[in-house]
Design a protein around this ligand. Structure first.
Ligand SMILES: NC(=O)c1ccc[n+]([C@@H]2O[C@H](COP(=O)([O-])OP(=O)(O)OC[C@H]3O[C@@H](n4cnc5c(N)ncnc54)[C@H](O)[C@@H]3O)[C@@H](O)[C@H]2O)c1
Length: 388
């Protein structure tokens, strides 16, 4: 069987996302399964080229995983015609310049969200990539999570009737870093380094809402920096300048109201780290990362408000699980497979829904969310066409 090798320049692979989800769970997992089988019979073999700032760390990674290629010289990696894709999971503020460099070198682009630090920058990336005729994509991994795939199954089946509202709860306690080390990088809490929960999470909420429920038409957000002082990776105290919680209200097409709380200063009293509840006229569902429970109109109890007697309804037990009905692969890997198939697709009308234009919508929602919080008002979300 014909094996086509595809060089992928992977920048930021020493980071949390770049290493675990993209290198190990996606690209190396694809190699372990013998490459990616394409519809035309070819097998695509991804060949990662690890790029970063620290040669020793890169060499250690390459050795650990039996990889041949690593470098601290991005330009050299981009100059090699064997490398056809540039992937970026660096610190957010570094992304735009590196991606523009890769576009100029004629590489296809696949990047983590947010695609840029501002809407203007995100649109410029999409325009440049189109003008250069390269293919492009943005990570929208949450769409490929088992829990959200099950939620989408319910939506597609018409289970909800008319959807009324969505409520989302995301977050967990991120340790301050003094008496217990923080489980997220310190740049997340500094605005100047691209931190902040709005810039981190609103891009996710934008595509989750649009793809599973309906597009977002307006945003109102209240933000906070609940923990003003934290301790970094070296144990040094620093001022947290970025928002660590955001309380958002989004109006969707069809008058659907979505409320999503995002916080790194909340303790978990939920089944999973993120949960979305949809209520509709004919049924409701609550989805997490892996599970999704539903309650139909016919199975809805009739509670009566009476604080004088103990609760008699086992509310949580009244929901049913959506069955798996199949195996779920890692969400990041599933999306890599789709992007690689798109790159290998030679038809002129081949398209990829999760491109840099789609990525720009996520940055737009974050930017408008921050503006809403600063101005204390609801802000309409203008339609962003392709080529905007
Ligand atoms: N899709 C998701 O669910 C998801 C989750 C978390 C983060 N992300 C995105 O992935 C990107 C990386 O986030 P992360 O949590 O992996 O961060 P991280 O701090 O763990 O990794 C950052 C990477 O950038 C590199 N880097 C280059 N210059 C740097 C500098 N001056 N300072 C610090 N690091 C530098 C680091 O070496 C490392 O490889 C961000 O853009 C973030 O928004 C996406």
């Amino acid at each position: 069987m014909a094996r086509t090798t595809l060089g992928i320049v992977m920048n930021g692979v020493t980071g949390r996302m770049g290493y675990r989800q993209h290198l190990v769970r996606s690209i190396l997992a694809l190699r372990e399964q013998g490459g990616l089988q394409l519809a035309d019979g070819r097998v695509l073999w991804p060949e990662p080229v690890l790029v970063g700032r620290n040669a020793d760390k890169l060499e250690a990674l390459a050795t650990r995983h039996g990889l041949e290629h690593f470098t601290t010289d991005l330009s050299a990696a981009l100059a090699d015609p064997a490398n056809q894709i540039y992937f970026d999971a660096q610190l957010t503020p570094l992304r735009e310049a590196a991606v523009q460099q890769a576009i100029a070198a004629g590489k296809h682009i696949y990047v983590e969200k947010p695609t840029a630090s501002s809407l203007a920058g995100a649109l410029e990336l999409a325009r440049s990539a189109d003008a250069a005729g390269v293919k492009h994509g943005v990570v929208q991994d949450k769409l490929f999570l088992p829990g959200l795939l099950k939620l989408k199954r319910l939506v597609d089946a018409g289970f909800f009737g008319r959807i009324l509202s969505v409520r989302g709860e995301f977050g967990y306690w991120v340790f301050e870093g003094d008496w217990q080390s923080a489980q997220r990088p310190s740049w997340n809490y500094r605005s100047a380094d691209g931190g902040g929960i709005v810039l981190d999470m609103f891009p996710h909420w934008q595509y989750v809402l649009e793809h599973i429920i309906a597009p977002v038409r307006s945003v109102y957000a209240q933000i906070a920096t609940h923990i003003p002082e934290r301790w970094d990776e070296l144990g040094k105290p620093y001022q947290a300048t970025a928002d660590d919680a955001a309380y958002g209200v989004f109006e969707l097409d069809g008058g659907i109201v979505a409320q999503i709380n995002s916080s790194w200063a909340v303790r978990v009293h939920r089944e999973e780290l993120v949960e979305f509840q949809i209520d509709g006229t004919h049924g409701s569902a609550v989805a997490g990362l892996r599970e999704c429970r539903f309650q139909s109109r016919a199975g809805t109890p009739k509670p009566v408000w009476n604080p004088d007697i103990p609760n008699t309804e086992p509310f949580r037990a009244q929901w049913q699980q959506v069955p798996d009905n199949g195996e779920f692969d890692n969400g990041f890997k599933l999306q890599w497979e789709r992007f690689l198939q798109y790159v290998a697709d030679e038809r002129p009308d081949a398209a990829f829904a999760h491109d840099l234009w789609a990525g720009a919508k996520g940055v737009q929602l974050a930017e408008l969310g921050l503006a809403s919080a600063a101005e204390g008002r609801r802000i309409a979300v203008p339609e962003l066409g392709r080529g905007a």
